[in-house]
Design a protein around this ligand. Structure first.
Ligand code: UD1
Ligand code: CA
Length: 492
């Protein structure tokens, strides 16, 4: 079964992708603004939710349109923001808008820099993480079907500060008015401008040059392009967003938390509908790049981060953090922290285990309580049940590592490797001083400090032999309760 694909804004089944048949010429993402209300040294669009930056979500949504060209407009913290844009989309063209003189000015800089883009040009923002790629697709396809010069994505609801959609008595779309420039009557309009548009690229290039700054902010407004195009006699239209939450922007950390919650809820809903049991959605957090198989059961307090993949039927939680980790079918993880680990089918992990990067656990193995592994390869059916550190090691299939075993991989200067063969038995409280090898089927005695290889089938003993000093307590602690207890036995 093909997994549904996780995108920035939810899970889109493969067959529902690409609602748009014609190619979009370009998607332009405006991301030059400062975002002072975040009160942060990190640029606003680089704050993260669901494992991606705000800008990363915008780039992922744009990517769903498979545009011929992706343009990101940067200004504030331009080095950092453009580096992040190129990391997320190496093909992105970066346009620098040195001064933020308005959304229309930003678009003029784009056209001066990359030239006229013939075809459909979609404009969106770097701070709208809830916008679905499929909504942009629908905007572009409706626009192309209608043969509009511009199609504006609008929404009804409560959007203080947003521009209003002004219509005539017959409901025909006239223009967009900014809230601060609006009359009392216009402010009462309950249809809002999302700031996302589909434009005819050639008409946009011409109209954007004619935008003035005659408004309360003395800025070049991209919204004015609508009125200019309509004045030229071109058809203009709107698309009402089915889900108004999509056009919510993030301007401060309260809105960031609200967007994170909304995106998480949406993705969990999609996963549940795809056959995943989520016991407590309120305490379950899943990043946009995670993939989850059918019949997976996720307990409370679970975070699945990065590019984590969970195989069918696995049970995760309560209390797990998995980052860039792959979990095989029917594995069971309880109170585990796993980073860049690979866990095979039917493996059991925890409670209270820590799997660090480079750990690979083969099928049917068991990693138990208070066990830490790093760069460890555990073979099929092997067991590391209790209180153990395994660093830089290979453990063969079927081997058992006794409670309290320490793989001493570090000599203060360098890390060394330990090799345990198949079906070996390491006694409790063994210290394996690397580099060292335990052969197939070999044993080590409990409490041994193993510094030399143990050949296959041998028993390695590396501790002082026990010696009992006869009557020591009676001689040295004659009046003690221990002596009394001992005497009772001696007289029997
Ligand atoms: C804009 C719209 C408004 C709409 C609202 C939705 C205009 C004039 N108004 O208003 O109708 O309801 O978005 O959020 O377009 N940016 C640049 N360069 C600039 C200015 C802005 O890149 O010179 C970017 C910002 O980083 C941001 C986006 O454009 O991502 C919107 O800018 P913002 O100043 O927030 O626009 P609003 O005044 O909110
Ligand atoms: Ca804004």
């Amino acid at each position: 079964m093909a997994f549904p694909r996780a995108t920035s804004a939810g899970v889109i089944p493969e067959e529902m992708r690409l609602l748009v048949s014609e190619t979009t010429a370009a998607v332009v993402i405006l991301a030059a603004g400062e975002g002072t209300r975040m009160k942060s040294r990190t640029p606003k669009v680089l704050h993260t939710l669901a494992g991606r930056s705000l800008l990363g979500h915008a780039i992922a949504a744009a990517g769903d349109l498979e545009p011929r060209r992706l343009v990101v407009v940067v200004g504030h913290a331009k080095e950092q923001v453009s580096a992040a844009a190129v990391a997320a989309a190496p093909e992105a063209a970066i346009v620098v808008q040195e001064q933020q003189l308005g959304t229309g000015h930003a678009m003029r800089m784009v056209i001066e820099s990359v030239g006229v883009m013939p075809g459909t040009v979609v404009v969106t923002y770097g701070d709208m993480p809830l916008l679905r790629g499929r909504t942009l697709s629908e905007l572009a396809s409706r626009h192309a079907q209608a043969g509009n010069a511009v199609t504006v994505l609008t929404a009804r609801g409560e959007f203080p500060g947003f521009g209003r959609i002004v219509r005539d008595a017959d409901g025909a779309f006239l223009r967009i008015v900014e809230e601060r420039d609006a009359s009392e009557a216009e402010r009462a309009i309950d249809e809002f401008n999302s700031g996302c548009y589909a434009f005819d690229g050639a008409l946009l290039a011409d109209a954007v040059k004619r935008v003035t700054t005659s408004n309360s902010q003395r800025e070049e407004y991209l919204t004015d392009v609508v009125e200019i195009l309509r004045g030229d006699g071109h058809p203009v239209g709107t698309l009402l967003a089915a889900d108004p939450v999509e056009i919510k922007g993030v301007n401060d950390r309260v809105q960031l938390a609200q967007a994170r919650r909304a995106l998480n809820d949406r993705m969990l809903t999609d996963w549940m509908l795809a056959g995943v049991t989520v016991v407590d959605p309120a305490s379950t957090w899943v990043d946009a790049n995670v993939t989850i198989g059918r019949d997976v059961e996720i307990g409370p307090q679970v975070q699945l981060a990065g590019a984590t993949v969970i195989g069918e039927g696995a049970r995760i939680g309560p209390g797990c953090l998995l980052e860039d980790t792959t979990v095989g079918e029917d594995a069971v993880l309880l109170h585990a922290v796993c980073r860049q680990a690979r866990i095979g089918p039917r493996v059991t992990v925890g409670p209270f285990a820590y799997l660090r990067p480079g750990t690979s656990i083969a099928a049917d193995a068991h990693i138990g309580t208070y066990v830490e592994l790093k760069k460890a390869d555990v073979g099929p059916g092997a067991k590391v049940p209790h209180l153990t550190y395994v660093g830089d090691a290979t453990i063969g299939g079927g081997s058992n590592i006794g409670a309290g075993t320490i793989f001493a991989n570090y000599d203060g200067a360098a890390k060394h490797h330990t090799e345990i063969g198949e079906n070996a038995f390491v006694g409790s409280n063994t210290v394996l001083v690397a580099p060292v090898e335990i052969g197939d089927g070999a044993y080590t005695a409990a409490g041994s400090a193993i510094t030399e290889n143990v050949p296959a089938g041998d028993l390695g003993v590396a501790r002082g032999r026990q010696h009992n000093s006869d009557g020591w307590v009676l001689r040295n602690r004659p009046e003690s309760r221990s002596a009394e207890a001992a005497k009772r036995h001696r007289s029997e």
